[in-house]
Design a protein around this ligand. Sequence first.
Ligand code: HEC
Length: 119
Amino acid sequence: MPNFAADGILTPEQIDTVAKQVASYSGIEGGVATPEGQQIFIENCAACHGENAAGLVDMGGPSLNDKVWLYEGTQGSLEGIKAQLAAPRHGVMPAWGSRLGEAAVKELAVYVHGLGGGQ
Ligand code: HEC
């Protein structure tokens, strides 16, 4: 996701407001839902995380309202949410091509694709 602070997309006040909004979705201490926070979320976050913050599979944006966090410890807090906006983590998976070989990678891809019902 974009770096909302460094790229100047949101002001520090807006980051504070939207972080409180997101925190409110899962009852995190310090979370406050406001019409302004809702508007910032819809305009800047909903494209990837969904209008209701339930996540969007197609965009890869995880749910932000289910109390499940990718990074346990830092994200389940107001500070953790703000940190994601100023220094976003991008989940990285190691490259397996050279370790498994081309054929095995293809077989695995077909297998994992099948696990998702072929979607
Ligand atoms: C371009 C798509 C995109 C946009 C726009 C976006 N995000 Fe994200 N966001 C992601 C992705 C993808 C991840 C997962 C990152 C990872 O895997 O490390 C993420 C992760 C997060 C997390 C951490 C979730 C967790 O479970 O740990 C938070 C909090 C978050 N985003 C908040 C926001 C907020 C608030 C906004 C709007 C100001 C926003 N995001 C805008 C794509 C986006």
